[in-house]
Design a protein around this ligand. Structure first.
Ligand code: HSE
Length: 425
């Protein structure tokens, strides 16, 4: 049986908050068979000019107007960041209110505590908007009868937009980041988009939903896209790949591999075809079932839509709790992963250079699949980029080889490495 009426309080009226208010206005007080009213919106600054019109009695700067308002049963947190969002979320749950949050950083750092509080107070905790590339799969992740074996996703709209536009226009990253910011895709601190942290937060939350335990961010290998250039995108293209920022998790019995980094994805794979702000998640479970979801990964309306979907779940009286904790999980050290690698070095353009690099690879049990060497006529420094794609190799062997290659007298800049990921379908 659905609830009769939801009385909603919202913390935050930025890009996402105003999107939620707009969509609620369009719903005219009805969510399926339930009705709702927007009681309060708490903001930092009452006098700030906003696109959205709200009657003055709804707006407040006092959090108590939501937290201590007994008639409000559902709280939406869209202020982002840890402080004061964490306190608002925990206090709302403590008072028996349902909570919907878009806050991936908060869930990644305090997820266990927040889910525990929601379960203890029998409240709904809506987290769909924390990863809108995956929000329609959230229940499959928590309730699946089969365990997830592999999960690969593009979880950051800003980075996917930047990589796509870099390929189309060759513009540099800082210009493209400004464009992504103007479209409302980036975080308040866009460093978290570029350095991979936002993607890692989303991965930690999805693993939390799937396994019942939230890994500390520092236990996961996280690399962003700051060093990827349009030149790498061109070379990757010549080798038959696109470059994407991926979140990857793979489970084998009690060993879990979890990492975030840019990756070369074969051009014909589904993830490689997701362009611009479009994000996606693909999953394979232990019986071989493969499912996926694609959606815009950032922006006002896509995020607000995921929040409205959680409101509908509350209206329907549904609950979303964590999977049971899977005991004794060990994270695989990064040094033990195995994949193919793209490697770019700048070498002096003279005879015998390739042989020297190939010797180092041979010494470390790494076999080369293809090589591109570019002659650049106008270069004054006589340096040429040499790009190598390896066969599957172990990460520790690659890292040892890179240290040796870097020290070769013919190599003039730090080598740059991107891992290869085939994805699931
Ligand atoms: N900054 C985030 C992104 C917003 O670009 O994906 C959505 O989580």
């Amino acid at each position: 049986m659905g609830k009769k009426k939801l009385r909603i309080g919202i913390f935050g009226l930025g890009t996402v908050g105003s999107g939620v208010v707009e969509l609620l206005k369009r719903k005219e007080g009805k969510l399926g068979s339930a009705s709702f009213s927007l009681e309060k919106v708490v903001v930092k600054n009452l006098t700030k000019k906003r696109d959205i019109n709200l009657s003055p009695e709804i707006l407040s700067i006092n959090p108590e107007d939501i937290l201590c308002n007994l008639s409000i049963d559902t709280v939406i947190e869209v202020i982002g960041g840890i402080y004061p969002a964490r306190a608002f979320v925990l206090q709302a749950l403590e008072k028996g209110k349902n909570v919907i949050t878009a806050n991936k950083a908060l869930l990644a750092t305090s997820g266990s505590e927040i889910f525990k509080k929601a379960a203890e107070k029998n409240c709904y905790l809506g987290v769909r908007a924390s990863n809108i590339a995956a929000y329609r799969l959230i229940e499959s992740l928590t309730n699946s009868p089969s365990r997830i074996e592999k999960l690969v996703g593009i979880f950051n709209g800003t980075c996917n937009y930047i990589l796509t536009e870099m390929e189309k226009t060759g513009k540099p990253l800082p210009d493209l980041l400004k464009e992504a910011q103007s479209m409302g895709y980036a975080e308040a601190d866009p460093a978290d988009d570029i350095n991979g942290k936002d993607t890692a937060h989303k991965l930690v939350v999805l693993l939390g939903l799937t396994l019942g335990c939230f890994f500390p961010l520092k236990s996961i290998h996280v690399e962003g896209i700051a060093n990827v250039s349009s030149e790498d995108i061109v070379f990757a293209h010549e080798l038959g790949y696109k470059i994407k920022l991926l979140a990857i998790a793979r489970r084998k019995e009690d060993i879990l591999e979890a990492r975030v980094h840019p990756a070369l994805v074969p051009q014909d794979r589904w993830l490689a075809r997701l362009a611009g702000v479009e994000n996606g998640l693909e999953i394979r479970d232990e019986i071989g079932l493969e499912i996926g979801m694609q959606a815009p990964g950032a922006g006002k309306y896509p995020t607000a839509t995921a929040i409205i979907e959680d409101l509908i779940c509350i209206a329907q009286g549904r609950k979303l709790f964590l999977s049971e904790r899977i005991p004794s999980f060990n994270l695989k050290p990064m040094s033990e992963i195995e994949t193919k690698y793209y490697l770019k070095v700048y070498a002096v353009d003279k005879a015998g250079v390739l042989a020297k690099i190939a010797n180092v690879f041979g010494d470390h049990d790494i076999s080369i699949e293809s090589v591109i060497q570019k002659k650049i006529e106008s270069k004054k420094d006589n340096l040429v980029p040499v790009i190598m794609l390896t066969h599957r190799s172990r990460e520790d062997n690659i890292q040892k080889a890179l240290r040796k290659i870097k020290d070769l007298p013919v190599i003039k800049k730090n080598p740059f490495l991107i891992r290869v990921e085939e994805g699931i379908f």
